[in-house]
Design a protein around this ligand. Structure first.
Ligand SMILES: [Zn+2]
Length: 260
């Protein structure tokens, strides 16, 4: 029997296609499916504002691309989304690679879930990039693109040996623009009334693209790219890149917390 023929959802009971197929063979009247989005939600995540934000992100093309490595039949690695305590108590979230046979665990820090909706969206995107990097590094069946990526990543590993910030440096160099685009696309969807109020108060001429890129920079302070950017000076009244980012990051904190 082809895998397609079995592709129907089992709400409870067997959790793998193999288990389900086995039960079918045993004569149980079951339909088996592999959930096409292999990003699972822990009970601590389901129904929260973060869950609502995540569901909106799932409709954004850039986010779909980011998550695509975890989609489809028999994906190699799963991701599980949780809300709870993080190892670093002041982190917004953490992505934990626990080995090839375990799902990549993303835990959002429960004490940081009360930030503005766009900040929470940024944390979800940031942690998903970590998950995607872990996936691309560890897949046993790399595509051409992933092989290229590994070469790039190995350069980062060599440059930042012993540093926990290899992924952040790579993110700062290669992902900030894409992360900003995702945040731009999702912003209005989170709470359209809140979006309009935010725009009128902070960016009456329209929210510039640099705002979203600045938001994406949050969490990447201390990377080489950040330090280079930080050192760029300008002559007043022209604002320096750091001044612009600092202002934008300050503004995003004042956005609404709703996801409607
Ligand atoms: Zn990070």
């Amino acid at each position: 029997m082809g895998i397609e023929e079995k592709s129907r959802k089992v709400k409870s009971g067997p959790t793998t296609l193999e288990d389900c197929g086995f039960l079918q063979m045993m004569g149980y009247d079951l339909e088996c499916v592999i959930d096409l989005f292999e990003i699972k939600k822990d009970s601590t995540f389901i129904g929260t504002t973060a869950d609502c934000i995540y569901e909106k992100l799932k409709s954004i093309d850039g986010f779909k691309d980011l998550a695509s490595g975890f989609e489809g039949l028999g994906t190699e690695f799963d991701v599980i989304l949780k809300i709870g305590a993080t190892q670093n108590a002041s982190a917004n979230g953490q992505a934990w690679w626990r080995g090839s046979n375990q799902p990549i665990e993303i835990t959002f820090n429960e004490i940081k879930m009360n930030r503005s909706a766009l900040e929470v969206a940024r944390t979800i995107v940031h942690e998903m990039v970590h998950a995607e990097l872990y996936r691309a590094i560890n897949t046993t069946n790399p595509t051409e693109k992933e092989l290229d990526f590994r070469e790039t990543f190995n350069t980062y590993v060599m440059m930042y040996r012993g540093s926990a910030d290899q992924q952040h440096n790579l993110m700062a160099d290669e992902w900030v623009t894409k992360m900003g685009e995702i945040l731009k696309d999702v912003h209005q969807m989170l709470d359209s009334d809140g979006y309009n109020t935010f725009k009128n108060v902070y960016y009456p001429n329209g929210i510039p693209d640099h705002f979203y890129k600045s938001v994406a920079w949050d969490g990447l302070q201390g990377t080489i790219a950040w330090n280079l950017m930080k050192n760029i000076t300008t002559t007043p009244p022209i604002k320096s890149p750091l001044e612009i980012i600092t202002q934008d990051i300050d503004n995003v904190k004042r956005g609404r917390k709703n996801c409607l």
